[in-house]
Design a protein around this ligand. Structure first.
Ligand SMILES: [Zn+2]
Length: 244
């Protein structure tokens, strides 16, 4: 399995650093996982060569480029229709409603996911769990026969979504905050130290921090996560691929 970071900026993109988005590949299957602004043009393959799209939730920094991709798929040089789009029902509805016409409902085949769903996408298996966020949000676990990846999406520390990170080869976890847990007004995100603690209790083999806002120093986030997680900690850097 290979993970390519397309963008990792938390909450909003900045030049050279798109918002959240990843390409997950295995044996010819390609899934675009979260489609934050700026990630579509960072895809190393044509949009029409993507097998499926997954959006964790409806916040714009995670799904806006799905709307742009619908134009490429419908009106670009290689039109393609019926591309599976997975995510919480409310996210899929919001995307379709925003476009309000066009060919988005032809371009994408909508596949709303529920808590207990486990679906096969080519050579990948996807499981989801409800995350601790202010809108319907799904954490996800991606598996092949021998490898596993968990992506937290946006989440706070509550709930049992972290079961998806059990013994994973790589835990791609949001770290929107720094400093002590509990001091932030909006509780539905994690500090870097919370990300590390969750990775440790889940038995993750490696932790990759993402969704760090552009105004924070990411090196500090790594240092804080290393205090609570005793295995390798890295940063999600746009353009960098990791083979699991
Ligand atoms: Zn969010």
């Amino acid at each position: 399995m290979r993970l390519t970071v397309l963008g990792s900026a938390g909450t909003y993109p900045v030049r050279g650093r798109p918002a959240s988005g990843y390409l997950i590949e295995h044996e010819g299957t390609r899934v675009w996982c979260d489609a934050g602004p700026g990630t579509m043009t960072e895809l190393p393959v044509a949009v029409s060569d993507i097998d499926a799209v997954f959006v964790s939730h409806r916040h714009p920094d995670h799904c806006l480029d799905v709307i742009i991709a619908s134009h490429v798929l419908a009106y670009g040089p290689s039109p393609r229709f019926g591309v599976p789009l997975y995510g919480p029902a409310s996210a899929l509805e919001a995307i379709v409603e925003f476009v309000d016409g066009g060919r988005i409902d032809e371009v994408f085949q909508l596949n709303p996911l529920d808590e207990s769903d486990r679906v096969t996408i080519g050579s990948l298996t996807l499981s989801v769990a409800v995350a601790d966020h202010s809108v319907d949000t799904l954490a996800s676990r991606w598996e092949t026969e021998h490898r596993s990846l968990c992506y937290s999406g946006d989440t706070g520390p509550e709930g049992d979504w972290m079961r998806l990170a059990k013994d994973v080869d790589l835990f791609l976890c949001e770290a929107s905050y720094q400093g002590e847990p509990g001091i932030h007004e909006y509780p539905h995100h994690l500090t870097a130290s919370e990300a590390g603690a969750i990775a440790r209790s889940a038995g993750a083999k490696k932790l990759m921090l993402t969704h760090i806002p552009p105004h924070l120093d990411p090196a500090r986030s790594v240092t804080e996560a290393e205090k609570t997680f005793d295995r390798p900690v890295s940063l999600a850097v746009p353009g960098v691929s990791t083979t699991l």
